[in-house]
Ligand binder design. Structure first.
Ligand code: G1P
Length: 295
């Protein structure tokens, strides 16, 4: 689907403490998932949905991300002299993918604060916020449906996924009403990382949000919430419960998603993606079976 005016905003400010020591000097978004850094999958997902303009909100120590999406003339020239077009393609692909803009977050005051920094860049069009820890399998596109719901209803749209009730405390959680589309719900309330007993549902926010600029004044007046951080979930709750503001809808995602922010899920993501790849799968799949038999 073409979405020429929609820009993507990617907050990449997290410290990645769950992956120490790997993330001591390397941003967690640069950890490889098979042979591409996690953040490249997210940019490719945006591009596949027709988005050409990406704004990254960077925290400290994120220079490697800026370098990854920049061109490297010396390397390109060497590979071109050698006639290694395949490797040259890998190098130039990341710099040609999209128009990537970078902005420093400044003080790390939470996801809501990071998103509020994008106000000037996005202007008066809807935009998507994409979190780097959540990888959506390219075979199960999610953004096109979210863009469609935004265009039909003029609403903000968040991606929701049913999770094990034991895990809801790791996510923003939504109260919803059904609509005539089984994959679309109207969001009536939101709570950031509730205890299992207090969660209104098992519908978790996954890291894709289609927001309208109406979010910015709400973020401005949102105080610190969970973890003493300015939470995007709290601002979205205010929008959802305010009859004067735009509506908030949820698209229920039933496809393959990988949480690369969690160590075990990160390993599973690599195994699943590699075993489905044409270049690696044929050798990896029988090995996995042999290995599993030894466990
Ligand atoms: C953030 C959001 C949370 C959302 C999650 C999705 O939390 O605050 O509402 O469910 O992303 O990955 P984080 O994982 O950054 O703590």
């Amino acid at each position: 689907m073409e979405a020429p005016k929609i820009k993507a905003v990617m907050p990449v400010a997290g410290l990645g403490t769950r992956f120490l020591p790997a993330t001591k000097a390397t941003p967690k978004e640069m950890l490889p998932v098979v042979d591409k850094p996690a953040i490249q999958y997210v940019v490719e997902e945006a591009v596949a949905a027709g988005i050409r303009d990406v704004l990254m909100i960077l925290g400290r120590n994120k220079t490697a991300i800026a370098n990854h999406f920049d061109s490297v003339p010396e390397l390109e020239q060497k590979l071109s002299e050698k006639g290694d077009d395949r490797k040259l393609g890998h190098v130039t692909r990341t710099s040609d993918l999209a128009d990537i803009h970078m902005l420093r977050q400044g003080e790390p005051k939470g996801l809501g604060h990071a998103v509020s920094r994008a106000a000037q860049h996005v202007g008066d069009s809807p935009f998507v916020v994409m979190l780097g820890d959540d990888l959506i399998d390219e075979r199960d596109p999610l953004l096109p449906k979210m863009i469609e719901v935004n265009q039909q209803r003029g609403a903000m749209v968040i991606a929701l996924m049913e999770v094990d009730p034991d895990h809801i405390s790791m996510y923003g959680c939504a109260s919803v009403d059904a609509t005539d589309d089984p994959d679309v719900v109207k969001v009536t309330d939101l709570v950031e990382k509730p205890a299992k007993e207090e969660a209104p549902s098992n519908l978790a926010i996954i890291g894709r949000y289609l927001l309208t600029p109406d979010i910015f004044p709400v973020l401005e007046r949102t105080g610190p919430g969970k973890g003493n951080e300015i939470q995007l979930t709290d601002a979205l709750k205010d929008v959802a419960v305010d009859p004067e503001n735009v509506d908030v809808y949820g698209v229920i995602f039933r496809g393959r998603r990988y949480d690369t922010g969690d160590k075990l899920d990160y390993i599973k993501a690599i195994m699943r993606i590699a075993s489905d790849r044409e270049d690696l799968g044929p050798d990896l799949r029988p090995w996995i079976k042999e290995f599993a038999a030894t466990l």
